[in-house]
Design a protein around this ligand. Sequence first.
Ligand code: GDP
Ligand code: MG
Length: 456
Amino acid sequence: MVSDLIAQIATAPGEAALAVVRVSGPGAIAAVRGVFSPRSGRFAGPRTAMVGLLHSVEATEPVDEAVVTCYPEGASYTGEEMVEVVCHGGRVVVGDVLELLLSQGARPAAPGEFSKRAYVNGKLDLAQAEAVCDLIRSRTRLAARASLRQLQGGVSRPVRQIRDRLLAFAASIEVTLDFPDEDIVSLGSADLAAHAAPILNDLRRLHDGWSAGRRIRDGVTVALVGRPNTGKSSLLNALLGVERAIVTAVPGTTRDTIEEWLDLAGIPVRLVDTAGLRRAPGDEVERLGIARTEDAIERSDILVAVFDASQSLQPEDAALLDSLRDDERPWLACRNKSDLPSMLGPLPYAPPLGSAETCALSPEGVQPLGTALANALTSEAADPGEILLTSARHADCVRRALRALERAVDGADSGVPVDLACQDLREAAETLDEILGGSATEDMIDLIFSTFCLGK
Ligand SMILES: Nc1nc2c(ncn2[C@@H]2O[C@H](COP(=O)(O)OP(=O)(O)O)[C@@H](O)[C@H]2O)c(=O)[nH]1
Ligand SMILES: [Mg+2]
């Protein structure tokens, strides 16, 4: 593939001590040479940092003092000849540095273009390249670690291994088909099932990690629901440790839904405070707020039903419990205002995720709710060292591979010719190869890299 010269700022915009501008493609080093004068007077060899002055081509206008490192073809992130310029950050300088490099014949790189080149040049497989993007976007440490493992081949290795076993399996069957007269024992359906079993097992295990992986990557939406004045906004504030939502003693204060991210046991939680579900809303704004509440409930993975424990169960509380009973989503009860004398008896239905007693007036008082939620979230979480699929694309490939393999086994069972089973095995292997990028189409690749950030 013929490649051109690209340049882009690799760091986030805004005031910062330093910024990084990268140039990649044939002639990258010559392009930088034209606008950079090393302080030592001579251009250092590859992979050696040089401090010096970036200036206009005519050397009349200094642009910045910078550190420049050159990478030869084959030994850089993209696999191409590449230069990394570490200049000063901020609004002006870094833009000028990029301009300077563009004036040397580079064009601005599109989002994900450096990583795409790394993939095209075999520096990273597709799953690894995707991990770079995920690592940057991680919302919690657990998510970052899962992406790092993926970057280091944690997903690619088992996937490649299973793919190779499927191919070897298919080849071993094909041998019996190609040379039917030779002294090769042909595979019966029982043999096929026996050979497929360990592969099926490994594929299933890989796929099982997806539900935990998805939570770690995309997070879980938790909505606080309940009638007005039970303390939902206070709970949100105390859990976040900041006064995010307005709290007053006036029922119906929260008119809009408020969302904030929270890190609970390493899982990103989108916590949603809702307007109370009142049967007789005060005005139009509150009516709209309640509509949004219903929408927020719809989008939630877990619901927290908040009750004012200093009052007996009110008709609106009972109505909420009725609707929760009919909802398939898991929920837990929060008995708030535990600092006041308790008037709330046992609830008519046992919450599937249990109950937490809280006092929303302090961060310590809401700890039981944090713990109950964390327990609910981590109950099916994998152990930290386990390989987790954190990409919907990967999970989909594994699911399709599983189906193809199951088809092979079922088909052989019901007397379908073995060569058809072979086709299914090859299809399963090819589907897994999509994870690594091997059998991914050009459009698929472009789509994946287009979601990357600029300069990546
Ligand atoms: N004593 C006590 N008061 C609380 C507690 N939680 C909230 N409140 C008070 O209850 C009122 C309503 O709280 P708010 O968070 O706005 O309830 P929301 O309508 O459910 O969002 C406010 O006056 C809060 O200060 C609590 O745990 N103990
Ligand atoms: Mg509120």
